[in-house]
Ligand binder design. Structure first.
Ligand SMILES: Nc1ncnc2c1ncn2[C@@H]1O[C@H](COP(=O)(O)OP(=O)(O)O)[C@@H](O)[C@H]1O
Ligand SMILES: [Mg+2]
Length: 267
């Protein structure tokens, strides 16, 4: 199982939106996908209509509940969701601290490895608590950066934590940076994008940018991936398919076979 953690030291940069829509895009592509919410604020629960909001979830899985009781199968046969559940509000900081323990996360996620091809893990803002635990377990980290001034400064913090985790034996690497909430006709958005492209090693920052788009906002209000907002998916939903196409080789998910040849329209 590829476990892709969506991480940013900052809140409100589009982590949850990206997690939900990427998970849906992977599932549409035929990958057996699990969307995991580790944010005690229940980001996924809030952005999804239906039964995830009050469900049991990660909190219970960690406490020993079997996975098949806490994971919700969606109408898409390839997409399942592990909601966060109901973190104890009275002792939230100690719950979060527990979740920073790599052993706690490994015990919870380990048994899922053979069930799913891809796990997309949404995390709370910051680099401590569940985010730290998840990074100690994940195979890959994807960092969204909002295209606004100063946004790039937080990248250093993430790199430091990842370097520290690798010294401890973790496998996670920063596999991709995605620019989000871009206003493509806005000078600032463009200059932040260019700064990111020049600052990071080649190929780390994906070519595909998530635009600031009213329909994405509307989809999260409706509690659906944007591809399901209406019968004919809004153009912005294709952005997530493109991100998946860019991620696949980085995550080692592309299989090239001998018959991977152009398909001719005529005999
Ligand atoms: N590309 C986008 N265009 C427009 N609105 C967006 C976009 N990405 C996220 N949003 C909205 O911005 C808010 C914060 O996004 P969210 O994904 O919850 O960020 P995070 O999980 O990083 O806190 C939400 O209301 C969401 O619907
Ligand atoms: Mg969130």
């Amino acid at each position: 199982m590829i476990s892709l953690a969506i991480v940013s030291p900052k809140g409100g940069v589009g982590k949850t939106t990206l997690s939900l829509n990427l998970a849906f895009a992977f599932a549409q592509l035929g990958k057996k996908t699990l969307l995991i919410d580790t944010d005690p604020q229940g980001g996924i629960g809030h952005s999804l209509a239906g039964k995830t909001k009050d469900a049991i979830g990660l909190v219970d899985l960690v406490a020993g509940e079997p996975a098949n009781r806490v994971i919700i199968q969606t109408r898409n046969p390839n997409l399942s969701i592990l909601p966060v559940g109901q973190p104890p509000w009275q002792r939230l900081s100690s719950w979060s601290a527990d979740m920073a323990d790599p052993d706690v996360i490994a015990r919870a996620f380990g048994p899922l490895e053979d069930e799913y091809e891809v796990a997309i893990i949404d995390t709370p803002a910051g680099l401590s608590g569940p985010t730290y635990g998840v990074m100690s377990y994940a195979s890959d980290v994807l960092m969204p950066i909002q295209t606004e001034p100063l946004a790039i400064r937080v990248v250093g913090q993430l790199m430091e934590v990842l370097a520290h985790l690798r010294e401890q034996g973790a496998r996670a690497k920063l596999s991709a940076v995605v620019l989000t909430m871009a206003r493509m006709r806005d000078e600032t958005s463009l200059s932040v994008s260019q700064e990111a492209w020049s600052l990071f090693p080649e190929k780390l920052v994906l070519d595909t940018i998530v635009p600031r788009d009213q329909e994405l906002l509307q989809a999260s209000v409706q509690g659906v991936p944007v591809g399901l907002l209406r019968k004919r998916p809004p153009p912005v939903s294709a952005v997530f398919d493109r991100i998946v196409a860019e991620l696949e080789p980085r995550l080692g998910l592309t299989e090239t076979t001998d018959d991977d040849q152009p398909i001719h329209l005529l005999d």
